[in-house]
Design a protein around this ligand. Structure first.
Ligand code: ADP
Ligand code: MG
Length: 230
């Protein structure tokens, strides 16, 4: 049962009112485009964070996920992001990540899935010339970015986040530890679409992370795996 699954995996789900939590514990419960389903072919079942976050993300809810590294967060937010892009032609996805390496890993996971659906993506990070990134930004519907370089593009007017309606802050605690608070706030503020869906993933739950969640998210469902928010 659902409660056995939650208990076995030490999962707490908060802010869902009186409803029972929903879980997708088998890939066969998902009914989407076969091009997307292919990305699951090498896995036997969803990880706990995927199982619990997918029902809420696919229904448009804001979600905070507190889970350790290696728990499968990339596809937890990445799979619903591509479903979202296929559902509405004008929508855009923004994923903000603390380091170049992490941004590139996310991009490497999502790019082939998106490409198989005809969706372009770009990875934006510092330490390399801006020209190619700036060019790809114009046509990409998935932007994976580190905060500093994305803010450079916002300030020079070459990044436009007005249509970003699925916004992910990955490893939020690390981004704040690295001093990106101002950049993050500036980036979220540039995502002016009022109907956007906001997601935040973090390994810990300190006051700085809670503050971002309470200022920028709309009554998020909070999923905690393994008592990480004590
Ligand atoms: P996190 O962001 O939580 O650190 P990742 O998304 O990077 O974790 O995933 C960690 C590893 O788990 C990757 O090698 C990824 O391919 C693998 N993975 C993702 N989803 C599944 C799944 N459902 N079953 C087995 N392995 C998975
Ligand atoms: Mg990750």
């Amino acid at each position: 049962s659902t409660s056995d699954f939650l208990e076995k995996n030490e999962i707490k789900v908060e802010n869902i009112g009186q409803d029972a939590p929903l879980v997708i514990t088998k890939f066969s419960q998902i009914n989407v485009d076969s091009r997307i389903m292919k990305s699951f072919a090498k896995f036997s079942e969803p990880t706990p964070i995927q199982a619990v976050s997918w029902p809420y993300l696919l229904s448009g809810k804001d979600v905070v996920g507190v889970a350790e590294t290696g728990s499968g967060k990339t596809l937890a937010f990445g799979f619903p992001s591509i479903v979202h892009l296929l559902e509405s032609e004008k929508s855009k996805v923004l994923i903000v990540s603390p380091t170049r390496e992490l941004a590139r890993q996310i991009h490497e996971t999502l790019e082939p899935i998106a490409a198989s659906c005809g969706i372009k993506s770009v990875c934006i990070y510092g330490g390399v010339p801006k020209d190619a990134q700036r060019e790809h930004l114009k046509t990409s519907r998935i932007v994976v970015a580190t905060p500093g370089r994305l803010n450079d593009f916002l300030e020079e007017g070459s990044a436009n986040l007005k249509n970003a309606d699925y916004v992910v802050l990955d490893e939020a605690d690390r981004m704040l530890e690295k001093g990106f608070e101002r950049d993050i706030k500036q980036i979220i503020s540039a995502c002016t679409k009022s109907s956007k869906q906001m997601l935040m993933f973090t390994a810990t739950w300190p006051a700085e992370v809670r503050e971002i969640a309470s200022n920028f998210m709309r009554s998020p469902v909070k999923i905690n795996i393994g008592d990480r928010d004590e």
